[in-house]
Design a protein around this ligand. Sequence first.
Ligand code: PTJ
Length: 250
Amino acid sequence: MIHKDHPRYESLKLRAMIVNAHKIGILADSGMIAHGRGEAFDYLISEKTSSNAIKAVKAAAAALLLAENPVISVNGNTAALVPEKIVKLAKEIPSQIEINLFYRTDKRINVIEKVLKNAGAENILGTNQDEKAIIKGLDGPRSYSSKNGIYIADVVLIPLEDGDRAEALTKLGKLLITIDLNPLSRTAKTSNITIVDNIVRAIPNLIKAIKELRDTDPLVLHVIVENFDNKENLQKTLENISKNYTGVNK
Ligand code: PTJ
């Protein structure tokens, strides 16, 4: 039991969720390592949402509202940390939810399906019963996608994704939005819109931005997406991290 007045309460709470998710079979073993890497980068951004992340959130919300077939990809870490928030976001857009695992096993798919159903999801793609389509350029179970989901989607939100899979999805012409605390990752660089923030803060921010932009003229939404420069935003994110530690931002 972690005491609320512990100075690292929020971070320790997330750790406890990750450990529990590993115990009950939601998380891949590597999911713990991925979380640790995320923690380190979160520390570098002072565990706060930056103005650059908010810019990316706004572009992501505009792209999701314009999408014809948006899909939110859910892996073990996402299911461990934000299942209810993902379901809320999917209803808000509206978007399909697809379980999409790098370390895919039938057992993990079933556990994550249950978690999402308990969180209120009604129609979940990527389950063991769902019809699969193979993503070119990937091999084994990590190449699976849902025939009616990611395979035909125009916009895909891929939080905490592996770089190979992000590249393969880009080659299929998808507009990719990622949430990744590491601005240097291949996924961050490959995606069209990268939100460098912790998923526990990014998803509520996305829900808020979707609500704010819902009634905006589609032409204006297009301009928001087109004016967003991911490379420049990542560069500014890195510069900000550096300024935090050279004292310029103090
Ligand atoms: O559940 P599976 O089988 O699909 O596997 C999921 C993981 C995450 C294990 C798999 O996709 C993987 O190995 O990913 P990587 O290549 O380690 O990348 C994960 C990225 O997510 C890293 O760049 C981390 O910095 C970042 N990250 C970790 N925790 C968070 C995060 N980004 C945002 N919010 C977090 N809480």
